[in-house]
Design a protein around this ligand. Sequence first.
Ligand code: PXP
Length: 247
Amino acid sequence: MNPIYLGVNIDHVATVRNARGTNYPDPVTAAGIAELAGADSITTHLREDRRHITDRDVRIIRETVKTSLNLEMAVTDEILAIAVGIQPQKACFVPERREEVTTEGGLDVIGNMAKIENAIVKLDNVHTVCSLFIDPVKEQIDAAKKVGAPYIEFHTGCYANATSQEQLNHEIQTLREAAEYADSIGLGVNSGHGLNYNNVAAVAAIPQMNELNIGHSIIARAIFTGLPEAVKTMKQIMESARNNSSK
Ligand code: PXP
């Protein structure tokens, strides 16, 4: 049985900080606490508008992280140059629109093959392992393979937003089949977006899933229970779903 890993996205600690322009709460501190509580990596998105995480946050987290930094990034010249300088252990390419509240859909790999391939090569040169944040769609999976991405991350928004049992069943089946297909062509498979304490188990149970990147629900719970409890409980739910799926 493959282990299932938890990447904790600490962006929303910075959202709270930036709401008042203070120097607290510090996402750097959150990254350390999340690691102590069992996070397998720290995920953070340096957005072009710097609405939450800043260049300073990414730089210090890269220096202090004990597990690995997974940098979510738009494939733009500016952010790519920063990523090449920072050399995160992992990078996840995401689409980015300034007016969106959060990343609303997957990357169009098919429409941006050359640009994405070039960015993967540049980051590969500094030993950063890339993944592409895509919808669980065969054509995008094939394109990710073609441009040389070692990993993909499925956008789980449709699953998380399902409003009926029928829709939920359909979306989880789509994720299952997409994970199986991606794995069969040699891609590593991660997932994220909108995963929470109530919906994560079915995704963690998919045997090909390697890492789940989860932010909002963990930081939201941490307000009430503290970050260590929030991280530990999420990991426990994921691991028990994975263990039960192989029985
Ligand atoms: N993975 C990627 C690529 C993302 O862009 C996000 C949102 O920043 C997440 C995971 C985490 O999503 P959420 O905050 O909804 O858990």
